[in-house]
Design a protein around this ligand. Structure first.
Ligand code: 173
Length: 422
């Protein structure tokens, strides 16, 4: 079983108790679903790391909506279709993947485990899925590439630096090292308020700090991990910059963080290869809608305005946020997404169990896909079609759905400021 981080923290009573909780982790064979990793991570992770990974904007309403939105979509399965064999492999930007998911970019992997993002790289190779490497990884970009299997497909998530020379170097280097797609983050001109994270001080000596090689500029450490390292991001990024990106790279450009059909249409008209309908895991604009809700309007309006049918090879639409089950993914596929990004569940998996945790998470998803494709009456991803879901309630934000206990139990309430002597 992979080692859980035991860095040289002062051995306080709280740390001793944490070490006991690490020893008391259930074995991987007892883990049944992705929610389980979250519950375990919450009890075994260092407080600061948990705060950074789990936190989201303001009152965390969008964080919860991302997951809850999937509960407003119900299936219309087909029967008697000989589902002895089901194949849920597909391709993303022309690259094969064993399932219609990818490991999306999440910063600061070493906060959760000493091997950081390499847990994801190695597991992605083993399970034939694609990893999107974050600009702000704890491991250096080259270390991640060097640890990839021969021919392993990886994408790069890009934060655009105010100093375009730094961005240009990174993009050219990424292309030269064989990165297959550039996902430009467009929903974070300024970092959202993640108050759980802000209550923690980001430590100058933190071993998990973003890779020294990939440093993007000076930092302000008073407001949590994320704000500490985000000041290099250019809030001046605009549509006209896409021309420049096209002039410096041949990699397909995908905008990550599109939140309405009008911008998806702009992206298409600007020659992007796709969009990720995302609100950054609920960490940016509070009351941003879920990616799955936005997907419904994007598919409808781009069909109407440009005659596009989805899924579409030329312009691919991805969704992320709140995904915990293969049924969530299948809903997005039925509604026209090419694939779905999953972030936090893999962080929680490696923070709790190292690479074996990620392996287990991917195995769980594979098993869920197999069963649910059979139950849905779809033998391959092409057969997961629009008619298999009823999304008529997607834009209605208050509907009665059964309590989602596993998710709710993992949700941590926000904290008030504490008195000095408490
Ligand atoms: O969501 C994040 O935490 C994130 O994307 C980020 C952005 C800048 C610095 C660190 C993390």
């Amino acid at each position: 079983m992979g080692t859980v981080q035991k860095v040289e923290v002062k051995v306080t009573d709280e740390e001793k108790a944490r070490q006991e909780r690490i020893k008391a982790r259930p074995s991987l064979s007892e883990i049944l679903n992705l929610h389980d990793f979250e519950a375990i991570a919450r009890s075994v992770m260092q407080e600061k790391a948990w705060a950074y990974y789990s936190s989201a904007a303001d009152d965390e309403i969008t964080l919860r909506e991302n997951h809850a939105a999937y509960h407003r979509i119900w299936f219309r399965p087909r029967i008697l279709r000989d589902v002895t064999n089901v194949d849920f492999s597909t391709s993303i930007l022309g690259h094969k993947t064993s399932m219609p998911i990818y490991i999306t970019a999440t910063a600061l992997g070493k906060l959760g485990h000493p091997d950081g993002e390499l847990n994801l790289t190695r597991s992605a190779a083993k399970h034939d899925v694609i990893q999107m490497i974050p600009t702000l990884a704890s491991c250096s970009f080259d270390e991640i590439l060097d640890n990839a299997a021969p021919g392993q497909v990886q994408f790069l998530q890009l934060y655009v630096n105010k100093d375009r020379a730094i961005t240009k170097r990174l993009v050219e280097h990424a292309e030269q090292r064989g990165i297959k797609g550039l996902f430009i983050t467009v929903d974070a001109p300024q970092l959202g308020r993640r108050e759980k994270d802000m209550r923690m001080k980001f430590d100058a000596e933190d071993p998990a700090e973003v890779s020294k090689n990939d440093k993007q500029g000076e930092v302000d450490r008073s407001q949590g991990a994320a704000r500490a390292i985000s000041s290099f991001i250019d809030p001046g990024l605009q549509w006209s910059d896409l021309k420049w990106f096209k002039s410096i790279t041949k990699m397909p450009l995908i905008l990550k963080g599109v939140q309405c059909w009008e911008d998806a249409l702009e992206a298409y008209d600007h020659g992007c290869a796709g969009v990720v309908l995302s609100n950054h895991g609920g960490r940016q604009l509070e009351f941003a809608r879920s990616g799955i809700e936005v997907l419904v309007e994007v598919v409808e309006k781009l069909g109407e305005k440009r005659g596009l049918h989805f899924p579409n090879e030329k312009f691919q639409v991805f969704v992320d946020g709140g995904v915990r089950r293969a049924t969530d993914v299948l809903k997005a596929i039925a509604l026209g997404a090419t694939a779905v990004g999953i972030g936090r569940p893999f962080l929680y998996a490696f923070s709790s169990y190292g690479q074996e945790g990620v392996d287990k998470a991917l195995t769980i998803l594979r098993d869920e896909f197999e069963m649910n494709m059979r139950l849905l009456g779809a033998r391959n991803i092409k057969e997961v079609v629009r008619e298999m879901v009823d999304s008529s309630n997607i834009h209605t934000h208050t509907v009665a759905v059964p309590e989602d206990s596993l998710f709710r139990l993992n949700y941590e309430s926000m904290q008030h400021a504490r008195l000095k002597d408490s």
